[in-house]
Design a protein around this ligand. Structure first.
Ligand SMILES: Nc1ncnc2c1ncn2[C@@H]1O[C@H](COP(=O)(O)OP(=O)(O)OP(=O)(O)O)[C@@H](O)[C@H]1O
Length: 768
């Protein structure tokens, strides 16, 4: 212990020295003149970003700086920690956990130790090492011992049984071998990680993000990594993990937040979500868009030159309109971007016709080609021609297209012939109030749901930006070549990827067109941003339309997909991984499985066996890494008048909750209720001290939260009370998956409270 404390003390001294160095450099930069040449200003700012980042990395490494060491046969020792440190002579003192040299620390098992002969896990409090445990490898070490595949068992169990805090923490010190293989899997292609509840899919996916950014910083620093979680609550639950690993630039988002300017609400009915998520909706939107491009039965008439001596009527034949449409189609551009070609075709044909007529009548002499071109330009500004263009090819925003589609039964019927009447009806929204006296609530009008977001994004692909909006504009093209050159030199000087911006952006910044903004900020505001790697958590919930959106955000198709098909609750969610991936990444996805459940004790997992069988008899539950003392129990609430005083059910329920809360001892508890649950009982619980309804991410800080199974997905608690399992089962088509999610959230104790009979698939609970 003394030796370890001495060594770790030396590491902290180096950490302090490194911090001091970075802080001094930063102070020097701040003292430098703000003015100077573009190049010197660029250098100054790039260095500032670099040293600020380095300082925050060094601060993030404070807690648990060094957590282990390995020894090889020749007696060489290597300490493993959060970052790499070297002494004054540049001799390595500490190996970064993400470096390939650290891999044996995580991968060695008694059965396959590789070159490792001994491994030690250190546990610290503050800067002091307070405990360690050793794994001894080699044949002699195996005798008389079960060859546990777990690494650092004591440290692992200590972390698994510690009270939950409402926030996920990092696991760098206790990553297990099968998890390490996922974390260090190569960057390219799509990696699917299937695993039952509690197998560490989320935590592993986040460590993989940190690993990939460390290993492939050159490729990922400028394009960024996107992590998708199911909702805001979940994102809050995980948002400390990457900063604790020294990474603050990863973009965390839910599908509902991926369309700039819109926050999708989770208020959709399962039926509507299933229709909106259906892959056929891509075709539906394209058809709906086509219906906006009108054609006359035979012809339309427009009047031009109303305010001049040359007023004339022009016949616009269907054939002309078709030629104009064809010109737009030929561009291959998105709808709004193709319109100028239609306008060009229409106005030139009309101008030519007018010129021919005039020439034939010999009015004002013959028109030459330049004059015809001028006339065509004038025609474009004619009010009737503008109105004509609007009928032929109106400019549309994604919001307008969707609002029109959802507001019109006729349009829905025309665009969705393959859907049933009932399915179409789920999309129908009240059109905005026609009576101008009747105020429309602007919030209501703009209320988009999570299931709408992939549709808005799809529509944006079809439509393209409106003129003057969205596109990067002329700035790129006009980039001053000299400044661009400077920017390249500056970035080269610092090593590619040291700061996550490219030369063009740096140059724009110095023309004052753009101020430096972190990648996360720029990426979320840009619908067309292509991320270098996308990680999707709870991926089984994503609809085919959401997959389309994500593949657009990840042009290189480098993705990590983690999820559990047994937990699919969304109506448009997946039944198999191939369903989502074969279409976009056929032959380019590989899958691995995580098999050990770190969260839920064996006693609780036994209760879920029948539920898992009901989902799919072929599925096997992950094996629980530990057993816990508390046996899962059930409590029946007798019906009113069944021997209890009025209000008895509510008071029995409250008493049960209070008993559990008292036993919590600083941890966190969840009460998971069916969406159809009795309002009276619900409000009875809300009144209790410390109980919070989960309507805002900060609710996770509360000791007890009331939430549905869908909201509980991905989260974990010390104690869980599941209310009315029969109602959870019956609530919707995937109720059994929801019940499975609800039962697998606890790290310590599980209670089930029910009014009617317990569902048969729930066996083995101790009645109270
Ligand atoms: N190697 C490990 N060391 C310490 N804790 C771990 C390890 N692996 C997993 N855990 C812990 O186990 C718990 C479950 O992990 P996580 O939430 O990532 O599982 P999951 O597979 O995403 O579960 P679910 O599918 O139920 O959401 C977390 O508290 C996590 O920190």
């Amino acid at each position: 212990m003394r030796a370890e404390n001495e060594y770790v003390g030396k590491l902290y001294d180096r950490l302090d020295a490194q911090r001091e160095l970075a802080a001094t450099r930063l102070r020097e930069i701040h003292r430098r003149e703000k003015g100077g040449t573009s190049q010197s200003r660029m250098e100054r700012d790039t260095l500032e970003i670099h040293h600020t980042r380095r300082l925050s990395e060094l601060h993030a490494a404070e807690y648990g700086l060094c957590f282990g060491r390995i020894e090889s046969a020749d007696g060489e020792r290597q300490y493993i920690g959060r970052i790499a440190l070297a002494d004054e002579e540049q001799e390595p003192l500490l190996t970064d956990w993400r470096a390939s040299a650290a891999e044996p620390f995580y991968r060695a098992t008694p059965a396959a130790p590789g070159a490792v002969t001994a491994r030690r896990h250190l546990r610290s409090r503050g800067r002091a090492v307070v405990d360690f445990d050793d794994d001894a490898f080699g044949v002699s070490a195996l005798e008389g011992r079960d060859s546990s595949e777990l690494s650092g068992e004591t440290a692992l169990l200590a972390s698994l049984t510690a009270p939950r805090t409402g926030r996920m923490g990092d696991i760098v010190s206790t990553i297990q071998a099968e998890q390490d293989r996922v974390i260090r899997s190569e960057l390219g292609g799509v990696l699917v990680v299937q695993g039952g509840p509690g197998t560490g899919k989320t935590v592993v996916a986040l460590h993989r993000a940190a690993y990939l950014l460390y290993t492939h910083r050159d490729r990922l620093a400028k394009s960024g990594v996107l992590v998708i979680g199911p909702n805001r609550m979940f994102l809050r639950y995980i948002d400390q993990v990457l900063p604790a690993l020294g990474e603050s630039e990863v973009v965390l988002s839910s599908i509902g937040a991926l369309y700039p300017g819109v926050t999708g609400a989770d208020t959709e009915t399962p039926e509507a979500a299933a229709v909106k998520g259906d892959a056929r909706m891509a075709r539906v939107l394209a058809t709906a868009l086509e219906s906006f491009r009108q054609l006359p039965e035979e012809s339309w008439t427009v009047t031009v030159g109303r305010r001049s001596a040359h007023q004339e009527q022009l016949e616009i034949s269907r054939a002309l309109c078709e030629r104009a449409h064809a010109a737009a189609h030929r561009t291959g551009e998105a709808h709004n971007l193709a319109r100028p070609a239609l306008v060009e075709r229409l106005s030139s044909e009309l101008a030519l016709r007018i010129a021919r007529d005039r020439n034939a009548r010999s009015e004002g002499g013959r028109m030459d080609l330049d004059e015809v071109a001028d006339l065509a330009d004038e025609l474009v500004d004619e009010p009737d021609v503008r109105a004509l263009v609007e009928r032929l090819w109106p400019l549309l925003s994604p919001e307008q297209l969707l609002t029109a589609l959802f507001g019109s039964p006729e349009l829905l019927a025309a665009a969705m012939p393959d859907f049933s009447e009932a399915e179409r009806a789920t999309l129908l929204r009240e059109p905005p109030a026609p009576d101008p006296g009747q105020a429309v609530n602007p919030d209501e009008e703009a209320a988009w749901t999570t299931a709408d977001v992939p549709l808005l994004d799809e529509a944006a692909e079809l439509l393209g930006p409106l003129p003057g909006r969205g596109a990067a504009g002329p700035t790129d093209a006009a980039a001053d070549a000299r400044e661009l050159e400077f920017a390249k030199i500056v970035l080269d000087d610092f090593g590619v990827g040291l700061v996550e911006m490219d030369a063009a952006m740096l140059a724009r910044q110095y023309r004052g067109e753009e101020s430096f903004r972190p990648l996360a900020e720029r990426a979320v505001e840009d619908r067309t941003w292509g991320f270098g790697h996308v990680i999707v958590d709870e991926a089984q919930e994503l609809s085919p339309m959401a997959w389309r959106l994500l593949t657009r955000r990840c042009p290189g198709r480098s993705m990590t997909i983690v999820g559990d098909l047994a937990q699919t609750g969304a109506s448009a969610g997946l039944n198999s991984w191939g369903e989502a991936l074969d279409e976009y990444t056929a032959g380019r996805w590989r899958s691995v499985e995580l098999t050990v459940n770190y969260r839920t004790p064996a006693e609780i997992m036994r209760i879920t066996e029948g539920v898992l069988r009901a989902i799919d008899p072929a599925l096997t539950a992950p094996s629980a890494v530990r057993s816990g003392g508390i046996r899962p129990w059930s409590l029946r609430l007798l019906p009113e008048g069944g021997g209890e005083a009025k209000g008895g059910r509510a008071s029995v329920l409250r008493a049960a909750v209070e008993r559990e809360v008292a036993a919590l001892d600083g941890g966190r508890m969840a009460i998971i209720y069916p969406p159809t649950w009795s309002a009276e009982l619900f409000y009875g619980l809300v009144e209790l001290d410390g109980v919070t309804v989960i309507d805002d991410p900060s609710a996770l800080d509360s000791p007890v939260v009331l939430l549905t199974a869908a909201e509980a997905k991905g989260l974990e608690f010390d104690a869980v009370l599941v209310l009315e399992p029969a109602e959870i089962l019956a609530a919707h088509a995937r109720g059994v998956n929801d019940l499975y999610v609800a039962l697998t959230r606890a790290t310590r104790s599980l209670g089930v409270i029910h009014s009617g009979e317990l569902p048969e698939l729930l066996e083995g609970l101790d009645p109270r």
